[in-house]
Design a protein around this ligand. Structure first.
Ligand code: ADP
Length: 267
């Protein structure tokens, strides 16, 4: 239930009557609450790796505790990993705020989604357990370009396919399909055979920092912002995002995006 918060303005009129103006502030209050939670969560996520790095620097600087070269190298490895985690998080935070800042400006480049598959192949190659995963890609003939922002659509694919790798079972394929959906939409789906997500979590996955299993997400290098970024990109493109999942079997993420103006008539 949303909390009611009323703001009351009282004005005294010249004839002595009072004018009372009530404003419902509950929505503004909820937005403010979300902002406060977001800053608190982001600070907490940054503080943990930062504390680890500072701890290791202190130990390395202590001549009594510095240890042999092997130990020092292990410390450096951990510091590097923690610093990378901070870097990924900061990159995601910057992406999120950029996309939000642009949300009222609809993107208008004609982007051929198929041309982004090369970027996706790179994601698979670059991820630690991407090597034993096959990408099965089906692109229908005559899929029109979408009205979009190329860099953002590449990031969208990157995040969705990245999750399919992180949460899919090792050795199982990832299926990507691009099809035309009626006259005005293009449908993109990414399907994995993985642990799946139980129904109670589905509606919350696109919330910032929401994770089903925080330990697992962090261990896989996740920030908890990936699907929130996806949601914002889809909204900016006036599209639709659906996540369907069966626990123990796998997950399918589907994005529908409007085609670029004039894309179909020119075919
Ligand atoms: P993260 O960085 O944690 O992966 P996301 O915002 O991308 O953050 O996803 C939020 C959560 O949704 C993940 O922590 C994970 O629990 C769940 N999730 C996302 N994609 C999948 C998937 N393909 N299979 C199972 N769980 C998923």
């Amino acid at each position: 239930a949303r909390e009611q918060r009323w703001l009351m303005h009282v004005a005294e009129m010249s004839d002595g009557r009072r004018l009372v103006h009530l404003v419902d502030r509950s929505l503004a209050h909820a937005a403010e609450r979300m902002r406060v939670d977001f800053v608190a969560n982001a600070s907490h996520e940054l503080r943990t790796p930062l504390a680890a790095i500072l701890g290791f620097i202190e130990t390395l600087g202590d001549p009594e505790a510095g240890g042999d070269e092997g130990t020092r190298n292990r410390f450096l490895d951990v510091m590097m990993k923690e610093a990378r985690r901070m870097q990924t998080l900061v990159d995601d935070l910057i992406s999120l705020s950029r996309i939000e800042a642009e949300k009222h400006r609809a993107p208008d480049d004609a982007v051929d989604l198929a041309s982004l598959i090369g970027d996706v192949n790179r994601v698979v190659k670059d991820s630690p357990d991407g090597e034993d995963r096959d990408l099965l890609i089906v692109i229908d003939e005559g899929v029109p370009p979408v009205a979009g922002d190329r860099a953002q659509l590449s990031q969208l694919l990157h995040n969705i396919v990245g999750n399919a790798i992180k949460y899919g079972r090792s050795g199982t394929p990832i299926r990507i399909a691009m099809t035309r959906n009626g006259d005005s939409m293009v449908r993109l789906s990414v399907e994995d055979e993985g642990e799946g997500i139980s129904a109670e979590h589905l509606p919350r996955l696109t919330e910032r920092f929401y994770r089903v299993d925080s330990g697992r997400s962090r261990a896989m290098g996740g920030t908890g912002l990936g699907l929130s970024i996806v949601k914002h990109i889809v909204e900016r493109h006036r599209g639709r995002l659906d996540i369907a999942s069966i626990q123990g079997k796998g997950t399918t993420v589907t994005v529908n995006l409007p085609t670029a103006p004039g894309a179909l008539s020119s075919n």
